[in-house]
Design a protein around this ligand. Sequence first.
Ligand SMILES: [Mg+2]
Length: 159
Amino acid sequence: MFLKPDYNLKDIYEIDFEELKSKGIKALLFDLDSTIMKSKSAEYSAKTREWLSKIEREFVIAVISNNFSEEYIEKVRSISTFDVIGAARKPDPAILLEYLANARIKPSEAVMVGDRPLTDILAGKRAGCMTILVDSINAEHENLPTRFVRRLERLSIKK
Ligand SMILES: [Mg+2]
């Protein structure tokens, strides 16, 4: 189905890097909120920080976020060792394509990782990237309407 990701995982730690490498993947583009950190926290957990520094040795990594707050994005940038781009307007793939072109990486050599089918996964697919959907980090703390919408989104990706 159109929104069906290539991989549907519990969290980022389940990503199989050897498999990605064997498929020619050179870059991982991550959504920010609820994918690699708790929403609006501007903070990596110790585990995530360690995990990111490990994969950074083997892949180009970047954050592509829809967050429009320049202050928030700047805060995340200050604690990151890779590019952090805000106001990305996913599911528009333009920013993903621009980033990859600048990095001289083909879309087919990149994977978009995110927690939202209608923004992250759709943007990745439109850009021609591989896609990985992960569960939202702090879903249990989200209010009911948000959880309801996410459940609907997830239903839409089932075959
Ligand atoms: Mg997100």
